[in-house]
Design a protein around this ligand. Structure first.
Ligand SMILES: C[S@@+](CC[C@H](N)C(=O)[O-])C[C@H]1O[C@@H](n2cnc3c(N)ncnc32)[C@H](O)[C@@H]1O
Length: 236
């Protein structure tokens, strides 16, 4: 299927993971994500707050417009779910919003390609608590709001790190090859926000790493992580 074909949140099976490779698991957490809904004029419809359409209301409530950036989450999800790492079944993605909402993304979920459709989907998710698909009599949760705390959903004995431009710089491939013990899953927290200190995962990570000399967008940072693991695990 053409990856640019917008089939909204229809599911698409990722590749099978054999037993040998099933210990090779990366869990990406999009931290500090701005996904917030509000009932807004003129139609009193639930909408996903964003800095393009809702500047006036954000200002009225003394909110920084830079905090309403659901497009950052959208870009990251497209990068992550389109990656060979995800298609080969080695990736799991969570969103942790700035308001503390935990969302699990099924690797089979096809994220809408346009921000408008994505926003509609997020409104449905945050109102209903889940988005499901029906196939041959079975129901699958493609997106799901989970009970806090986030850490409950991490595998036992996993390595937990955060990406930060302020941290010691490493070469990703070399770092993953040397620092991730074989068969041990790894949790990587990425800041899905426009600005601010990278302290979003201080509660649960044991280490922070820098991956470039430049301040990257969250989506580019996610892409670099996927590419490094694809190289390391020989995923084409
Ligand atoms: C646009 S940055 C936002 C926060 C960043 N502290 C800032 O003020 O620019 C998005 C996220 O991408 C990751 N990131 C960006 N550049 C990075 C780098 N050079 N090394 C490691 N992670 C980086 C971090 O997780 C960061 O929170």
């Amino acid at each position: 299927m053409d990856p640019e074909e917008d089939t909204s949140w229809r599911d698409e099976a990722p590749g099978q993971v054999d037993n040998e490779s099933s210990g090779k698991k990366v869990i990406i957490v999009l931290e500090n994500a701005s996904l917030e809904i509000a009932r807004l004029a003129p139609y009193q419809k639930m909408q996903l707050l964003n800095c393009d359409e809702h500047q006036a209301i954000l200002r009225r409530f003394n909110r920084d417009i830079a905090d309403a950036r659901p497009d950052i989450v959208h870009q990251c999800l497209l990068t992550l779910l389109d990656s060979p790492l995800n298609k080969s079944g080695h990736l799991e993605v969570f969103i942790h919003t700035a308001n503390g909402v935990v969302i699990r993304i099924n690797p089979e979920c096809r994220i809408p390609r346009t921000i408008k459709r994505f926003s509609g989907l997020m409104v449905q998710l945050l109102e209903r608590g889940s988005i499901t698909s029906e196939h041959e009599g079975t129901t699958k949760k493609l997106l799901e709001v989970l009970q806090s705390p986030l850490e409950t959903y991490f595998p036992q004995d996993c390595k937990k790190i955060a990406l930060s431009c302020e941290a010691r710089k490493v070469k990703l491939y070399k770092y993953f090859a040397e620092e991730i013990p074989p068969g041990k899953p790894v949790v990587i927290a990425v800041g899905a926000m426009a600005k601010g200190p990278d302290t979003f995962a201080d509660r649960y990570v044991s280490e922070k790493i820098g991956i470039s000399s430049y301040a990257l967008s969250a989506s580019v940072a996610c892409g670099k992580v996927c590419c490094a693991f694809e190289d390391l695990w020989d995923i084409m």
